[in-house]
Structures are given as structure tokens and as C-alpha cells.
Design a protein around this ligand. Structure first.
Ligand code: ARG
Length: 489
């Protein structure tokens, strides 16, 4: 039998070509949206007297049955839209089912399905981000006084706290949340009813289908509605940035869980063994997070490359965008879930962190700032402490172990009283440094508590916002579903 759309062509595709052309296996991700969208479209056609009561009843009932059917089965359809229409016609006969595709095209249909899928994915990912941020903040609360070295160039820089790191991760993730949250506004517009590209002469109501499906409004220009995928690129771009943040976090944990650092230990549940070295406990999950991030970045590049040379109006190239989107969503969701559990079960080696923070030359800047407080120009203070570090390094001792004659040598130019300098050195340690650090957003202990409580209220507010959005969509779909029930009676 000739394929449903092929009257102009007279011949079917051979199996190999069909496999090449078909998107049916990717389309399982949007099947449910295609069914719901078709129900809204059919009700709108009925409202506008394009379908009669009997016809809409049959179509809606057939679509409802399809919700429970496995649509991924092998078929000769080129995509889910063709498959669903064929099955509806099979169930209802051509008389009714043959009218379902009136005043729409697969071009506005696929754009609709993709937007419905992405808006759901955004809400899911936003919730997953908040779950992870919550875990990070809970952990941070326990470590506001856990001193640890901060690094620049991966060289010891200043004394900090573990909580400060965790809050910095939270802040990056909250920005990821905000980006996705903003993108939702642009995604949540309906392209349905744009037709193939230029609209229709039939009396449809695009606002009605948009409302039934829980959209804010329509994508107004029908050329734009069917051609644009910039919001899709924006979404995957956000996911790529989110994954880049997760990848950086993963890399920190990889470093800190080495035997050389031993700042943290991953739970056995989230570690992998070696097939040959019995002692190994490998951070494979973290490494895969880095690896999967590369794939998501690849997805973004694939989408942008697809779009950049495309003429306006639907081109089949656009079909290839879909797997990049679905894979990105899946990766982001599982990365967030897995990393969240990893942090929730992380063993933190407080002693080791504190011990390293108190050794070496991490207090150098604190000593220099103490000299500034005594009235020295910062440049002079920098020079004196630089000398102190040089002498200590030569003798392979820490700053607190310097003898008084070594301290005297560092102020050879008599810029500062050596005895006083010795007192300053011995008064500074990791804890005093953290107590005195007071600038906004710094590692200071007092700042940690302020930062944490601010983020806690942000999480609460953001959760409410996501819940509100999710329930708006759920409500619209429930209303649609009861109309379907009423009309199929
Ligand atoms: N399978 C197609 C896609 O995913 C659906 C749209 C097909 N439209 C067309 N004019 N060939 O993009």
C-alpha cells in the first residue's frame, strides 16, 4: 500500500531509505505531546465547525486509545505524526479521521511537540537543580568553620572554608536555574495553526489551541513559528553551560579525592573499582560527567551548525535537531541526580583540610594585611612578607616556625619593628584568619552564615515559582483531558 502522504509520488521508499529518512525512533520522546496536541487541535476544529460532533468524538477517542499503545513499533511511517494520523484513520475510518489534519501541517506540529517537550524538561531540570543546591547548602551549613586552602592556578592561595566552595557551586547552579527559567518564557508559545508556513484560509482559532495546551500565547508569525529553532538552541545552550558547571565541580572532587589531597572521600556507592589493581577506588562518575559534558557541547554545536545555513521555512534538516535536544535533557537530569546523591553521601576529611590550611604559607596575605592595619603601604607589607616566605622556604619551615633572627632578616630595611612582626606572625592561624575576614562574599565565617541563609530563602522562592509553572501546565492538560472525556461520551 502506498504511504499516506505519497499520492504525488506513486512509489514507496525502499526499506533502507525509509530507515535513513525516518525519525520514528527519536519521536517516542514526543509521541505523547503529539497526541495531546492533536486532541486540542481537533477540539478547536469542532469549536469552529470544521468537525461535527460525531467526527470529533471518534477522533478524540481514537487518540485517547493511542496514549496507551506502544508507538515505537516498527512501521512504514516516516515519523510519529504520520504514524498517529494513520492509526487514527484506521480506528475511525477516513470519513472522520481523515479530517484531523485539516488546517495544520507536520511543520507546525513538530514545532509544537518540541516546545511542549522542552517546557516540561525545563521544569524537571529546574527542580533537579534546586534539589542539588539544597544538598550543597545543607552540607555547607556543617562546614562554615572547616578551614581549607583556596587555590588559584591550582596553587595554594588563601585560607578559606569548605562551605565557601559549596556556596560557590550553589551560586553557579542558581544562575543555571535562572537561565532556564527565563528561557521557558520564550519556549512557552504555541506554533500550532501556523500550517506548513503561511497559515490557512479555514476559520481556525490559534489562541484557543494555545490556551488549551497551557501556552502563554502563540508564536505569531507563521513563517517564524515553523522555521525558528533559536529557542531550542537557547535551551541546549543553557544545558551546555549547566553541564560545564557540573563538570568543573566534578573536576574539583576528582582532585580532592586523590590520596595526595584526601580532602574528601566518595561513598563506595559512587565509586568504581579497577579490574586489576585491588586498591583502587576510582571517581568514574565524576569523569563521566566531564565526558558527557563534551557530548552536550557537541549537541549545541550540532544544532547551531544545522541552523546557520538553513533558508527560512521548514527544511528536513530540522529533524536532526531533535535527538540532540533529547540527549541533552536526559544527560542533564541524570548528571544532576547522580551528583546530588554524591554530595549527600560525601565523606569530608575535616582534619586534613584544617591541617593543610594551617600549614604552608597560606597566611601570607593575612600577615601583609595585618601590617597594612599598622599603617604600612601594602607594597611594603607585600615585600616584607615575601621575604619571610623566602627565608622560611629555604629553611623548609612554616611561617610560624621562623626564629626571631630570621624575622629580623626579613625587615632588614627597618620598615617595621621585628618584634612586633614576630607577634603578628604567631597570632595568625587559619581560624583567626577566617574570623577577621569580613568583606562581602568572602570566606569569613560570619559571611558564610549570611550567604547560607540568603540562598535558603532563594531556594524556597524558586521552588514556589517552578511549582506554580508546573501546575499551570498540569491544570491546562487536565482541563483538556476532561473536555476530551466529555466530547467522547
Ligand atoms: N519528522 C519531521 C521532523 O521531525 C516532521 C516534519 C516533517 N515535515 C515535512 N515537511 N517533511 O522534523
Amino acid at each position: 500500500m502506498l504511504g499516506m502522504y505519497r499520492s504525488r509520488l506513486g512509489k514507496n521508499l525502499d526499506q533502507h531509505t525509509l530507515d535513513y529518512v525516518s525519525s520514528i525512533s527519536d519521536d517516542s520522546e514526543i509521541a505523547i505531546y503529539d497526541i495531546i496536541g492533536s486532541q486540542a487541535h481537533s477540539i478547536m476544529l469542532y469549536e469552529n465547525k470544521i468537525l461535527n460532533k460525531t467526527e470529533v468524538k471518534k477522533i478524540l477517542a481514537a487518540l485517547e486509545k493511542l496514549k496507551k499503545q506502544n508507538l515505537s513499533a516498527k512501521s512504514s511511517a516516516e515519523d510519529i505524526h504520520e504514524l498517529i494520523e494513520t492509526m487514527v484513520i484506521k480506528k475511525t475510518g477516513l470519513e472522520a479521521g481523515g479530517k484531523m489534519h485539516t488546517a495544520r501541517s507536520r511543520n507546525d506540529q513538530v514545532a509544537l511537540d518540541l516546545r511542549m517537550k522542552i517546557r516540561d524538561d525545563i521544569n524537571t531540570i529546574c527542580s533537579c537543580i534546586l534539589d542539588m543546591v539544597e544538598t550543597l547548602i545543607l552540607l555547607a551549613e556543617k562546614h562554615t568553620a572547616t578551614a581549607m586552602p583556596l587555590y588559584t592556578h591550582l596553587q595554594q592561595a588563601q585560607i578559606g572554608t569548605f562551605s565557601h566552595f559549596l556556596i560557590s557551586y550553589s551560586d553557579a547552579l542558581l544562575r543555571d536555574f535562572e537561565r532556564l527559567y527565563d528561557t521557558f518564557e520564550r519556549v512557552n508559545h504555541s506554533p500550532l495553526g501556523a500550517g506548513p508556513i503561511g497559515g490557512t484560509s479555514l476559520p481556525i482559532n490559534r489562541n484557543s489551541t494555545a490556551k488549551m495546551l497551557g501556552f502563554f500565547a502563540v508564536v505569531e508569525n507563521s513563517i517564524d513559528a515553523t522555521s525558528n529553532r533559536d529557542v531550542v538552541a537557547e535551551y541546549v545552550g543553557n544545558i551546555a553551560i549547566l553541564m560545564t558547571n557540573l563538570s568543573r565541580i566534578a573536576e574539583d572532587l576528582v582532585i580532592w579525592s586523590t590520596s595526595e589531597f584526601s580532602f574528601v572521600e566518595l561513598s563506595d556507592q559512587f565509586s568504581s573499582p579497577s579490574s586489576v589493581m585491588p586498591q583502587k577506588k576510582n571517581p568514574d562518575i565524576l569523569e563521566l560527567t566531564r565526558g558527557k559534558t563534551a557530548r552536550v557541547i557537541g549537541n549545541l554545536v550540532a544544532i547551531l551548525s544545522n541552523l546557520k545555513g538553513l533558508a527560512s521555512g521548514y527544511g528536513r534538516d530540522l529533524q536532526e535537531i531533535k535527538p540532540s535536544v533529547f540527549l541533552s535533557s536526559r544527560t542533564a537530569i541524570s548528571a544532576l541526580v547522580v551528583l546530588n546523591s554524591m554530595f549527600a553521601t560525601l565523606k569530608v576529611n575535616k582534619q586534613k583540610m584544617n591541617q593543610i590550611a594551617d600549614s604552608g604559607y597560606l597566611a601570607a596575605l593575612d600577615i601583609a594585611e595585618a601590617l597594612v592595619k599598622e599603617g604600612l603601604p601594602f607594597r611594603t607589607a607585600h615585600k616584607i612578607v615575601g621575604k619571610l616566605v623566602q627565608i622560611a622556604h629555604e629553611s623548609k619551615i612554616s611561617l610560624s616556625e621562623l626564629t626571631s633572627s630570621e624575622v629580623t632578616r626579613s625587615v632588614a630595611d627597618k620598615e617595621f619593628d621585628a618584634k612586633k612582626l614576630g607577634k603578628i606572625i604567631s597570632s595568625i592561624n587559619a581560624q583567626s584568619s577566617l574570623k577577621n575576614r569580613s568583606s562581602l562574599g568572602s570566606s569569613g565565617i560570619a559571611e558564610q552564615n549570611r550567604l547560607i541563609s540568603k540562598r535558603k530563602s532563594k531556594i524556597k522562592q524558586y521552588r514556589n515559582n517552578v511549582t506554580k509553572r508546573t501546575s499551570q501546565i498540569t491544570l491546562a492538560i487536565e482541563r483538556l483531558s476532561s473536555r476530551v472525556k466529555m466530547l467522547s461520551k
